[in-house]
Every structure is written in C-alpha cells, then in structure tokens.
Design a protein. Structure first.
Length: 260
C-alpha cells in the first residue's frame, strides 16, 4: 500500500503542472508563476523546518551527524546548481526590461540549453521521487506533507520550464510531451527509493535531512531571490500573502493529518 501512495504522489507531482500549463495561455502562465513562486517558497520552508527536520532529529541520537549531513546536503545542491543540472532560471523573452539584448536573444540561449533543461529537470524529479519515498517509509503522514511540498514546488518550476522550452523553439505539443516525460522520472525515483531505501531504515533520519536541505536550498537560493525586486506596496503585500499562505498550508496539512 505504501508503494501505491508513493506512485500516486510522484505521479501527481510530475504531471499536474503539465496539465495546468496545457490549459493556460503564456500571459496567464507568466503571472501565475510569480504567485506560485511565493507560495512554494513558503511551503518548502515550512515543510523543511516544521516537519522534516523535527522528524529526523526526533528519530536519531547523533545530532552532530545530522547537522553535518545538512551542511553537506546544502553544498551538494550548490554544486549541482553550478553544473546547471539542478536549478535553471525561469527567464523568458522580455520578462526583464533591464536585459538589453536583441530580440530573439532569449530564444537563442534557451535553444542551446533546452535539452539541458530537460536533463536537469529529469534528474531533479528523480531525486524528488526518492525523497518522497523515504518520507513515506519513515511516516505516512510525513510522506503526505512532503509530497504536498514537492507538488507545489513542481508546479511553478515545470510551468517555467515549459515557457523556456517554447522560447527554445519547441512546439506547444512537444514542450508539453517532453515536460510530461521528464515529470515521470519522479515516479521512477519513487519506485527505486522504495526498493532501495526500505532495507536501510537506520539511514532514514539522514535521508530526511538531505530532503530538508534540498527544500531549504531551493527556497533560499532560487525562489526567495526572485522575490527580492523593487515592487509596489500592493505587489509586496501580495508576495507576503502568498508566502504566508504556503506556510499556512503546511501547518493546516500537518494538523489535519495528526488528527487522523
């Protein structure tokens, strides 16, 4: 039954964002991404700091080892970002008036890196699948909260990737298809995680800390910097509102699950 939960959770995380992108126009997608970035930042930070890390430290006695794992995890994701395999920008044509490039520059750049985006996204999704599997095997309630965090994070990321692929010259159909195939890597990661991780239950606290380091790094190094722009008071309040909504969603999910 646990494996079924893992497959459903990873499948939703991989395909839900693609279905959303398929129904919306580019202008709507552009506005949607900005709101979802704030929401997912709150969800990731809330999940990591209020659920995953407390669970990891509760089940382990080696706190120094866990903090070392957290440090190594943050450095690991930093190095993956350096290799352009973990994180990639959601920049698309004309989204920043301060970029003084000729028209079509973004398409040229995205065209060179379109396949790299798909490769990096597939690796990212595979890792997310392993993280979800480890969380479910540790505690089904923690697995549900972790899956929620991954799903909400995947939506703005995959929508952003879809925009990048369109600028790279992919047709709408091809961009959606390749994004969907990339999303299925999370299902593969979930199954592999279930088969490989279960025999190593003493390692669960360390795997949970690695998951938390992934969430924290993405939120702090990727999402929050996108929000640090000079905005009107109304736009700033909207950002804070979406961020608070993300935190509130995590707290609500945690309380609801603990009452069942």
């Amino acid at each position: 039954m646990t494996l079924a939960y893992i497959i459903v959770a990873t499948l939703l995380g991989g395909l839900l964002s693609v279905l959303i992108a398929a129904q919306l126009t580019l202008s709507v997608l552009g506005r949607l991404v900005k709101s979802l970035v704030s929401l997912s930042a709150g969800v990731l930070l809330g999940t990591a700091l209020l659920n995953v890390l407390p669970e990891a430290f509760e089940d382990a006695t080696d706190s120094h080892g866990l903090f070392l794992t957290l440090l190594v995890g943050l450095l690991f994701f930093f190095l993956l970002e350096k290799a352009e395999l973990y994180r990639h920008g959601h920049h698309h044509e004309g989204d920043d008036p301060h970029h003084h490039h000729h028209h079509g520059f973004d398409a040229e750049q995205a065209g060179k890196g379109g396949w790299t985006v798909l490769l990096g996204d597939s690796i990212h999704n595979f890792c997310d699948g392993i993280i979800i599997a480890a969380a479910f095997l540790s505690d089904p309630q923690l697995g549900l909260v972790t899956a929620l965090a991954v799903i909400l994070h995947e939506i703005p990321q995959e929508v952003g990737d879809y925009i990048v692929l369109l600028n790279a010259g992919f047709s709408r159909g091809r961009a959606l298809l390749y994004n969907a195939l990339s999303g299925l890597a999370s299902v593969v990661g979930g199954v592999v995680g279930y088969l490989v991780v279960e025999p190593w239950k003493p390692l669960f606290p360390y795997l949970l800390v690695i998951a938390a380091s992934s969430f924290i790094y993405v939120a702090v190094a990727d999402l929050l910097p996108q929000l640090q722009r000079r905005l009107s008071l109304r736009a700033t309040l909207a950002q804070l509102g979406w961020l608070a909504a993300g935190l509130g969603l995590v707290l609500l999910a945690t309380r609801t699950l603990h009452h069942h």
